[in-house]
Write a protein that binds this ligand. Structure first.
Ligand code: G3I
Length: 305
């Protein structure tokens, strides 16, 4: 196979990218997307502030553009994200606990119903744990007002809304074995033991020189898979350039392929010029859509050429 998506498909995986609706009018952006990728994640368009800027008033216009583009070309869609402390409209943080609970469940139910049957995996809860050694939950309106049970409640509501979507917990700095990933691991283990519906764990995998690809990345993916969930690499980007960047990308792809329940990889953007990192070159295509050494390394690691 000669494209990322086709090579991944031969290994039984998808290869996706984050997509921004406002670039879908740019011909090189769209042709690269259509040629190389077979899954998309809306980069911002399915976040709470985009979909429900005022209470119970939903705006699906931008997210629908991405979903219909993907569907018309047979690409999968990852839903990102239902419950997150960031990009949360201000009305949410002002609610009482009772109101917040009903607003959270209403948001999940409305959005998942709108996209029912069109989303292969949903990031139901994103980034609920703190960085550092505590393994504690992050402060957020949900955590502070609803307590630890908000995550479980969100997953139960999500299962009821779209029983066929895979339900994921997604986070960053959980790519290797550390206090934060241990805390997520304990939560997933507890959910599986008690029958709380969870199907997958997303590892964002935003890497740079301060936070390189961990040597125990594969082992960490495997220990989660061994709990009985799929694992996905959901927001991959790696700062750097040339051979060292290419080698890091190759190692990530090989780690996923070595774990049978690692079902797909998503890079967090197509071209360096639109990366969320304001400076830097973390993606597979440069600002002119030329394939970088990292692209070739990924294609080779996937078994393509
Ligand atoms: O939509 C407004 C626009 O109206 C306004 O004119 C403009 C001016 O700054 O801002 C626009 O919003 C920006 C938005 O992206 C859409 O472009 C926000 O300022 C900007 O903060 C936001 O950044 C996004 C970031 O999440 C916010 O947390 C990045 O694009 C997006 O790549 C990034 O993605 C996150 C994942 O969702 C979760 N994991 C980490 C990852 C990287 O930070």
């Amino acid at each position: 196979a000669s494209t990322l998506g086709a090579a991944a498909a031969e290994k039984g995986r998808y290869f996706g990218t984050a997509v921004a609706a406002n670039h879908l009018g740019e011909s090189q952006y769209v042709s690269t997307l259509n040629t190389e990728f077979n899954s998309v994640t809306p980069e911002n368009e399915m976040k709470w502030d985009a979909l429900e800027p005022t209470r119970n008033s939903f705006n699906y216009t931008s997210a629908d553009r991405i979903v219909s583009h993907a569907q018309s070309r047979g690409m999968k869609v990852r839903g990102h994200t239902l419950v997150w402390h960031s990009q949360l409209p201000s009305w949410v943080s002002g609610l009482s606990a009772t109101d917040l609970r009903s607003a959270m469940n209403n948001h999940i139910t409305q959005v998942m119903t709108h996209y029912k049957g069109k989303i292969h995996s949903w990031d139901v809860v994103n980034e609920a744990f703190q960085d550092g050694s505590s393994g504690a939950r992050r402060s957020s309106p949900f955590q502070d007002k609803l307590g630890n049970g908000f995550i479980e409640e969100a997953f139960r509501t999500a299962r009821a809304a779209d029983p066929n979507a895979k339900l994921c917990y997604n986070d960053y700095n959980t790519d290797g074995v550390n206090a934060k990933s241990n805390a997520v691991y304990s939560m997933v283990k507890d959910f599986k033991a008690r029958g709380v519906p969870i199907d997958c764990v997303g590892f964002q995998s935003h890497f740079n020189s301060a936070s390189p690809v961990p040597s125990d990345f594969q082992a960490n993916l495997q220990r989660f898979a061994d709990l009985g969930v799929d694992v996905q690499i959901t927001e991959l980007d790696i700062e750097g350039s040339g051979t060292s960047q290419a080698n890091s990308y190759s190692n990530v792809v090989k780690a996923c392929l070595a774990v049978s329940r690692c079902t797909g990889i998503t890079v967090w953007g197509i071209t360096d010029k639109y990366s969320w990192r304001s400076s830097g070159t973390p993606l597979l295509f440069d600002g002119n859509y030329n394939k970088k050494p990292a692209y070739t390394a990924v294609l080779t690691a996937l078994g393509g050429s």
